[in-house]
Design a protein around this ligand. Sequence first.
Ligand SMILES: *[C@@H]1O[C@H](CO)[C@@H](O)[C@H](O)[C@H]1NC(C)=O
Ligand SMILES: *[C@@H]1O[C@H](CO)[C@@H](O)[C@H](O)[C@H]1NC(C)=O
Ligand SMILES: *[C@@H]1O[C@H](CO)[C@@H](O)[C@H](O)[C@H]1NC(C)=O
Ligand SMILES: *[C@@H]1O[C@H](CO)[C@@H](O)[C@H](O)[C@H]1NC(C)=O
Length: 619
Amino acid sequence: SRGMGMAHVLLAAALAMVAAAATVSAWPAEGIQPLSKIAMNKATVNLHGSAYVRATPALLGDQDEDTVWVTVKYGWENPSADDWIAVFSPADFISGSCPNPSRYPGEPLLCTAPIKYQYANYSANYLHGGKGAIRFQLINQRSDFSFALLAGGLENPTLVAVSKQVAFKNPKAPVFPRLAQGKTHDEMTVTWTSGYDIGEAYPFVEWGVVASGGNPTRTPAGTLTFSRGSMCGEPARTVGWRDPGFIHTAFMRGLWPNKEYFYKIGHELSDGTVVWGKSYTFRAPPTPGQNSLQRIIVFGDMGKAERDGSNEFANYQPGSLNTTDKLVEDLDNYDIVFHIGDLPYANGYLSQWDQFTAQVAPISAKKPYMVASGNHERDWPNSGGFFDVKDSGGECGVPAETMYYYPAENRANFWYKVDYGMFRFCVADSEHDWREGTPQYKFIEECLSTVDRKHQPWLIFAAHWVLGYSSNSWYADQGSFEEPEGRESLQKLWQRYRVDIAFFGHVHNYERTCPLYQSQCVTNERSNYSGTMNGIIFVVAGGGGSHLSSYTSAIPKWSVFRDKDYGFTKLTAFNHSSLLFEYKKSSDGKVYDSFTIHRDYRDVLGCVHDSCFPTTLAT
Ligand SMILES: *[C@@H]1O[C@H](CO)[C@@H](O)[C@H](O)[C@H]1NC(C)=O
Ligand SMILES: *[C@@H]1O[C@H](CO)[C@@H](O)[C@H](O)[C@H]1NC(C)=O
Ligand SMILES: *[C@@H]1O[C@H](CO)[C@@H](O)[C@H](O)[C@H]1NC(C)=O
Ligand SMILES: *[C@@H]1O[C@H](CO)[C@@H](O)[C@H](O)[C@H]1NC(C)=O
């Protein structure tokens, strides 16, 4: 509505004033997408006879690998610390016209950002001898690659030499599967990326029960893609654009709870031959209410990083690889993952989405990987979101909503519920208005109110921005401990329906509160909660990988544990009356904070504060 639009303008203006006033604590502290530092529109071409770039091998993935190392040798007679090596894909980044040239004075010569880069001096003797060698890790991203030597730094790039192209044996091969629970517990979805449109090959998944000995089933997949025109702005519409290929989703239905299934994605070509992906297994989810061991990982803001040290030494999301690696090592000890917003921080550089799906594939191919939307997925001015900021780099949610499946009614509205055994998760979309009277508020109330707590006692709320409590410094600088208008709208729902734990990201650190009722701790107990349920525990788990955020110096009474480090959280339900929460650091995977909740059904039913509707004493 128009009224809300004005509220946004005022909010944005208020935030801008706060940002201008805050000198030390930048908002938020998360660095700049390395690719955005390259002034591609200013690039000139001045190929130099003595300069060369050579990449080997030319044929990648001859054993059907989807991730390979390429050695790039380069040199020329005029080496400088400003020189850099860019990886372009598609390999031909020179011909072709630039979209929206009027944006720049004179038509730019080059109008595609590289997919990654490294300074030429990363190779030790480059500055002295004029010769260098760097190893890059490449993933199968559907196109060929070339490597370029550029002088002039990132601000005034001049193309000096280009390599011959290198390419994967099958650039179209199906890669990087990601599982997600469907709309019901007996449905698992698998989403993947390929270069095959529906006219060229039929996408499908072949699957069945491990050890059944029976014939596997083949289920066809749907195919989606999106075009440059569906991006909302720059750089996604211009230098950051890269063709996303085809994204396929298949539904494996009628699963038997807890059974182990295998699956294999594939594409059937018109001559009947099949191009296969790799084979994986997963365990089917428990039925709602089922009494069995259930373990859940929750974190936000992980981002991605490059194992070859490119894009400025992986410094954009410094903790990202540690978090990923710890979760890969621990695959046998959890069942489902919630990554609550800020996935790759592609910020409009679409190549980064493939790189992110590749980084998390060892997890997402085996465990349902449930995602939420964050500001870096969705936010763009005047695009119907709650925050009028440019954090998505023009993506306005389109890549996130296409690359990952989640059981929302309308994937443009990133809110959904997940029943996982004794848990119910209500995942909100903090990039869209959540206040009373909105469709999202209605969804949240519906999700929280329709769960049968004697069978699903553990009720969890999650959203990206901190709608609950955080003693992070940039909130404190504004005199609040939350996102403005966050809990004012939702608190009464959390209280009425007795949410156990509310999780948030966005703030890049870890913090846990006592069980709270209207900003007051309802108990002095710090780690072993039991009895009548009369408060909600708030957890900020935004230390997945991006630059860390600072806290206020004064610690609020409700803040039980703070850790400014990279980490993730884990919930373990042993049964209907016993829940364990743990916070682990990504550097060593060890537990640094934990608490338990012991509770019976009557403890949820007991009336406290405003959790029950008015009753009568009449008999
Ligand atoms: C390499 O070049 C970059 C960019 O010019 C510079 O920041 C960095 O310090 C240089 N490193 C070495 C080892 O010379
Ligand atoms: C936690 O509290 C319960 C109930 O008060 C008690 O039985 C149990 O011994 C406590 N556990 C620990 C580790 O303190
Ligand atoms: C629930 O699990 C906890 C932790 O394993 C155990 O101590 C408790 O006895 C279990 N309760 C029931 C009712 O099975
Ligand atoms: C990643 O983990 C290693 C090994 O524990 C640790 O030395 C390093 O500091 C961690 N990196 C970050 C950014 O926390």
